[in-house]
Design a protein around this ligand. Structure first.
Ligand SMILES: CC(C)(COP(=O)(O)OP(=O)(O)OC[C@H]1O[C@@H](n2cnc3c(N)ncnc32)[C@H](O)[C@@H]1OP(=O)(O)O)[C@@H](O)C(=O)NCCC(=O)NCCS
Length: 244
């Protein structure tokens, strides 16, 4: 079991935050005592419970944790993506290029307008939409400073979405953040996924992403593009200052 001091989230959310990862071999007694200990020093705890350890759901519930989402991890082995003629038309209508410094302002204001409000922070009445947007701003900048490539998508000359791609080593790439802007939802272009082709061009061998089940449209889109699910975490949270 790992208890991480999530200093990156403390900066965005204003409360001392722990990210707890439960392992396959952790006993219920170990989980219970580690959580009680962590609760003494953190105000917000996010617990990642592998779905293979669903036996611990009952304990988390007893300890006052609230279920907020499942995080599904999907992989792409960079095989060629087969598209229907309609999907190909949507694909060809979107231009992908590296983001320039001037594009950031537009991306950040789309985040502020709620284009990406499906995360566990924006859905939590304890936090504000502003805190969630701040968290995405920080996260984006953190990804950039860790060497991620930021790409923008445009439709008929207008920025329609973005995504990040980062080399995590050994030919494995991740795309932590990405999506289509609100005003382009339900247009069909959201099903586009260019990330596997880009990773292939960069010489990678695999792409790994994590998508929340609160974001089913993105799960549908990535499955259509040939990603396959490999594992999932149940995510629970607790605010110790309002816990009963
Ligand atoms: C909504 C979404 C962005 C994140 O949801 P979330 O509930 O806020 O996610 P979490 O914070 O629980 O988990 C994200 C991970 O990033 C980490 N993270 C978050 N903010 C971070 C930051 N500023 N710096 C470093 N790491 C950060 C978390 O620690 C967590 O790590 P873990 O995977 O080891 O647990 C995600 O579910 C999603 O939909 N991603 C889209 C991916 C995608 O579609 N990519 C492009 C297409 S291929």
């Amino acid at each position: 079991m790992k208890v991480l001091n999530a200093t990156w989230d403390e900066e965005s959310l204003g409360v001392r935050t722990a990210e707890v990862s439960i392992g396959q071999g952790d006993s219920l007694e170990e989980i219970g005592s580690a959580l009680r200990e962590a609760e003494a020093s953190y105000r917000y705890l996010a617990v990642k419970l592998p779905t293979t350890r669903a036996d611990a759901c009952f304990l988390l519930s007893e300890l006052g944790y609230t279920f907020v989402e499942d995080m599904v991890f999907l992989e792409h082995d960079l095989h060629e993506i087969r598209r229907t003629p309609l999907e190909q038309r949507f694909y060809d209508s979107v231009k992908i290029e590296r983001m320039q410094n001037g594009d950031f302002e537009e991306l950040l204001s789309e985040i502020d307008a709620g284009s990406f409000s499906f995360d566990r922070v924006s859905l939590d009445p304890y936090f504000s939409k502003e805190a969630s947007a701040r968290r995405f701003h920080h996260w984006l900048m953190d990804e950039k400073s860790r060497g991620a490539i930021l790409m923008k998508a445009s439709y008929k000359g207008q920025m329609s979405g973005f995504f990040t791609i980062r080399d995590t080593g050994d030919g494995v790439y991740s795309s932590a953040l990405g999506g289509t802007f609100m005003k382009f939802r339900h247009t069909g272009i959201g099903i586009n996924n260019q990330t596997p082709e880009i990773v292939k061009r960069l010489g990678g061998r695999k792409l790994v992403i994590g998508v929340s089940t609160n974001n089913m449209s993105q799960i549908r889109a990535v499955v259509r593009s040939g990603f396959f699910p490999v594992r999932a975490n149940h995510v629970y949270i607790k605010h110790t200052d309002i816990a009963k």
